[in-house]
Design a protein around this ligand. Structure first.
Ligand code: AMP
Length: 240
């Protein structure tokens, strides 16, 4: 646990902290994507979102994308083996060497077991993963998810209830028409929450039992949550 990844920060004279491989866990809408994007910018390591990777397959109409499309629309999970293969390919890319923020994976105990053994098979010098779970009450999640809109061009995220764009339906940066994900409607949200309770909540228990795990209250301002996650990551890497 004493191993630290330290790199030189070009904006200051001191060493900058890089957290290595990180799992961001939590129910749909807790803010994993928002936080992962901020952490990516702070630490210079990529956000790897299995939801984004699957949506990219879907828009390219790959075999995986066509299969995933129907399951995603129903709020169901894509089979472990397919998602694991997709993650293995992404983790092998050069930008993931110093670490990454995995967002939305693992989502089942099968995926967690696969990831544990996949990472164990790498070089002994590689840092172990640490996991941070973000928690938010159900009612808050419902508003967050059903109000969520995003810009198809710059990926900025808005919420019609809590963080509306200046002009209704248009991105503040790009002026592009904002989009709502098909699986962000209330009915599909309820199904995704059931899937989370049945299949993903045990994954959180798995990492909690392993140590290298912290929980953060996500029902606060974005920057407060980010500060808590960063403090948790420093504790988890033994560098308070
Ligand atoms: P997300 O953007 O993370 O909310 O994911 C959107 C949808 O993609 C989910 O409801 C699932 O249908 C699918 N998906 C994303 N990540 C996974 C995963 N790790 N395992 C299986 N299905 C996933």
């Amino acid at each position: 646990m004493s191993t630290q990844t330290v790199t030189t920060d070009s904006t200051s004279t001191g060493p900058a902290f890089v957290p290595g491989p990180v799992l961001l866990l939590g129910a749909p809408g807790v803010g994993k994507g928002t936080q992962a994007q901020i952490l990516m910018a702070h630490f210079g390591i990529p956000q790897i979102s299995t939801g984004d990777l699957l949506r990219s397959h879907r828009s390219r109409r790959t075999e995986l994308g066509v299969l995933a499309d129907e399951l995603m629309q129903q709020g169901k999970l894509v089979p472990d083996e397919l998602v694991n293969q997709m993650v293995a390919a992404r983790l092998a890319e050069a930008d993931a060497v110093r670490g990454y923020i995995l967002d939305g994976f693992p989502r089942t105990l099968g995926q967690a077991a696969w990831l544990d053994s996949h990472l164990d098979s790498r070089s002994a010098a590689a840092l172990p993963v640490v996991a941070v779970s973000i928690t938010v009450p159900y009612e808050v999640l419902l508003r967050r998810i059903t109000g969520r809109r995003s810009c198809p061009v710059c990926k900025s995220i808005y919420n019609v209830f809590t963080h509306p764009s200046k002009a209704a339906g248009l991105c503040d940066v790009e002026g592009a028409a904002l989009e709502q994900r098909a699986d962000d409607i209330e009915e599909v949200f309820a199904k995704r929450m059931r899937t989370f309770d049945e299949l993903t909540a045990p994954v959180i228990g798995h990492y909690r039992a392993q140590g290298r795990f912290e929980e953060v209250d996500g029902d606060r301002a974005v920057e407060t949550v980010t500060a808590d996650i960063e403090a948790a990551l420093k504790r988890l890497r033994g560098r308070v």
